[in-house]
Design a protein around this ligand. Sequence first.
Ligand code: 4AD
Length: 455
Amino acid sequence: EDKSLPEPIRIRLNVVDPVKIKLGTADSKGTRVKVYGRVDHLRSQKDVIFVTLKDGKGLMQCVFTGQLIKTYAAMTLTLETSLEVRGELKSLPAGAHAPLDRELHADFFTVIGAAVGDKEAITNKVQADGDPQTLLDNRHLTLRGPTSSKVMKVRAAVEAAFMKTYAELDMTKVSPPAMVQTQVEGGSTLFEYNYYGEKAYLTQSSQLYLETCLAGLGDVYCIEKSFRAEKSLTRRHLSEYTHIEGELDFITFDDLLAHIEHLVCRVLEITLSDPETAKFIAELNPGFRPPSRPFRRMRYADAIAWLVEHDIPNEDGNPHAFGDDIAEAAERKMTDILNVPIFLTHFPADLKAFYMPRDKDDNRVTESVDVLMPNVGEILGGSMRIWDFDELMAGYKREGIDPEPYYWYTDQRRYGTSPHGGYGFGLERFLAWVCGRWTVRECCLYPRFAYRCRP
Ligand code: 4AD
C-alpha cells in the first residue's frame, strides 16, 4: 500500500453521503475509502478486472488495474471470496453502468478469506445437477444468492408491517410457550416428546394461550413458531413454521372477518410503501397487486356446489358432497380459477376443531373461516371460539379429548366468559403468495419438513 495516500474512511457498499464522500472524475480526486464484502461478480479484461462486491446491503463495482492485476491474489480471485478494498470513489465514464453510478478505483486490496472455486463451488455443483436435494443440503450457501436474500428481506419487512399494524390496532404482543401438553388442531400432527418423564408436545398453535390473555391484556397477538408432524410432502406444508396469530375479545364473526381483511390490506400497504421492499416484490413476483376490498365471501356449502358445477372431484375421484374435506388440489384449482382472495366460511363442525361454535342459523356448520389466495390456497385459518361452558365440554367429548389437561382453558368460561375469536396466518404461505414462490420452503431460512432437519 502506498502510505503517502490519504487515510481511507470505511463505508458500507450502499452508503451514499455526498458530504463525506466526494466522487472523483477523470481529472479530479475522489474520497479515498475502504470497503469490505464478498465477490459477487468478476469480469476480467486485458488491463482491468472488474470486481463487484456485495455485503448483504448493497453492491459496489471495484476496478483493479496496473500492478494490482499482476498479483497472484487477483489472478486467482474466486466468487464469494471476502475482501477489503481501498481506493478512490469515482463517477462512471459516460455510457457505463454500475450500482449507484459509481466505482471504486482500487489502489490496494487484501484477501480476507478465499472461497473454494472450480468444481467445489456451490454455483457449479447446483448448476451441474440442479437437484432440489442438493440445493437444500446447501441452503447455507444458496441463501447467499440474490433470490433467497430478497425473499428473506421481504419476510423481515412483512413481519415488521404486521407488528406496526398490530400497534395501530392497540393489540399487545405476547409470547406463549412452545412446549405444551394440549393439542389445538387434532392429534394426527402432534410432535410428541418426553418432558421430564411426562408426555408433552411441540405447540401446533398458540391460540388457546392467547385466549387466556384477553382478560388481562385485551386484544393480543403473537409471532411464534408452530410445529406440525405433517407426513405428506406438499409444497405448502412445513414441520416448523412461523405462525402469526391474533385474538380479539367481545366481537362477532363479522367483526372478525372485517379485522382480517383490514389486516391483510394494511400489512401490504405498509410493506409496499418501502421503495426497496416494493422493488424486491416486483422483481420476485412481477405484476403482484394488493387485493381489492371487499374480499369475496363464500360459504363452504357454496364452495361444494361450485366444485360440483366445475367438475372438480374430491380425493376419491367422486363429485364433492357436503361434509367432504376440500383437499389441497381442489382448493388450489378453485382459488386459481376465481383468482381473487376468498373468505371461505362456515365449515361443517365435523371437519373442524373442538373449540369452534356452531352457526346460529345452521347447526351443521361453524363460525369458521379460511382465507384462500391465488397460487397458494389457504394462508389463514380462524374462527369464533365456543364461549359457553357446556358447549365446550361437548366439543371435547365430540373430539375424544380428555378435558383434564385443558382445565386452564376451560376456566376462561368460568371466570367471566365472552364472545371472542381469532386466527392464524402461516407467514411462509403469506410470503409464497406475495413473492410468487413455488413453495413455502423458499420462504423460510432453513425449511423443516418430513425427513429434513438439516442444515
Ligand atoms: O388452520 P390452522 O390449523 O389454524 C390454527 O392453527 C388456529 N388454531 C389458528 C388460530 O386461530 N389462532 O393453521 C393456521 C394457518 C394455516 O392457514 C396455514 O397458513 C398455516 O397456519 N399452516 C401451515 N403452514 C405451513 N406448514 C404447515 N404444516 C401449516 N399448517 C398450518
